[in-house]
Ligand binder design. Structure first.
Ligand SMILES: C[S@@+](CC[C@H](N)C(=O)[O-])C[C@H]1O[C@@H](n2cnc3c(N)ncnc32)[C@H](O)[C@@H]1O
Length: 282
């Protein structure tokens, strides 16, 4: 983004500035250090990561994450694709399909979708969705920290891939591996769409002592984990994996629920990363 601040038509505010903390917020973050997760417990959480997400989907079924509706215009703004050309879209860590199904519903008839997640239960929910149609989408299990993905999709295949609120759920030691998997799956010239939690988002500030695993990395009550990124960290991860950074910013957004009378400011990070031409088979 060329300017310091850009307001998207949907109200997302894109900025390059890390949120300033109030003294009270600094104290809250400091208090989180008073009781950290032990190394043994952190190792157990890592071993049981898949199980925790699978239980998450058993408990919440398809009701937890909101559908990520991209109007055709917004999506076109994100990715300049040719409406006549066949586009292969790969959703990495699709959960129950909150991104692919709205796209399927909105048309995108020139798209073929691949959707994967390491939770078998999430993939079952995708497959049992009434919009699931074998001729337009293939859902399968894959752990993004391994080479599983390539059992179902060849390297250099996807025109667009997405990682939406997924990397933050993965152990920081594995981020570079996940970025490389995304890179390998994309065609040269293909683009990775990224959105995740940003540093000092209100959800980070709300963690009580007993949840912090490491700096900016936490365990939720249900055993799933989450990290809060700076834009510099993301630029580093994806450029080291070989991507060209097209955009990479904080996104400030107000989540308003009139019924419950809540209006909370959220901070996300959003990026578009391109696999350069001249790499892989063209
Ligand atoms: C916060 S949810 C987001 C789901 C979906 N992208 C969305 O936006 O609604 C994180 C997802 O990442 C998946 N996940 C976590 N670690 C993974 C891994 N190593 N490989 C594949 N999927 C993983 C979880 O099962 C979960 O579905």
């Amino acid at each position: 983004m060329e300017t310091d601040k850009y307001i998207a038509p949907n109200g997302d505010v894109f900025v390059h500035r890390l949120k300033d903390l109030t003294d009270e917020e600094k104290e809250r973050l400091e208090l989180q250090n008073s009781r950290m997760i032990s190394e043994a417990k952190a190792a157990k959480l890592e071993r049981e990561a898949k199980r925790h997400w699978d239980i998450f989907y058993k408990r919440n079924e398809t009701k937890f994450f909101r559908d990520r509706h991209w109007t055709t215009r917004e999506f076109q703004e994100l990715i300049n694709f040719d409406p006549e050309q066949q586009i292969i879209f790969l959703e990495l860590g699709c959960g129950v399909g909150n991104m692919v199904f709205p796209l399927l519903e909105e048309g995108f008839s020139n798209f073929y979708f691949y959707a994967c997640d390491f939770s078998p239960r999430a993939i079952e929910f995708v497959k049992s969705n009434k919009l699931y149609d074998d001729s337009r989408i293939k859902a399968f299990c894959a752990d993004l920290t391994t080479d599983d993905l390539f059992d179902n999709i060849n390297e250099n295949t996807a025109d667009i891939a997405s990682l939406i609120f997924v990397l933050s759920a993965i152990n920081p030691t594995m981020w570079s591996q996940v970025a490389k998997v995304a890179f390998r799956a994309l065609k040269p010239g293909g683009v990775l769409l990224f959105r995740d939690y940003g540093r000092y988002d209100m959800a980070q500030l709300r963690f009580k002592p007993g949840h912090k695993i490491a700096d900016n990395y936490y365990m939720r009550q249900d055993g799933t984990r989450t990290y809060y990124y700076t834009e510099e960290e993301l630029a580093d991860i994806f450029s080291k994996a070989g991507f060209e950074i097209l955009s990479n910013t904080y996104v400030q957004r107000r989540t308003v629920n009139f019924k419950e009378g809540v209006d909370v400011p959220r901070i996300f990070v959003q990026g578009k990363y391109k696999k350069p031409h001249g790499i892989g088979s063209e």
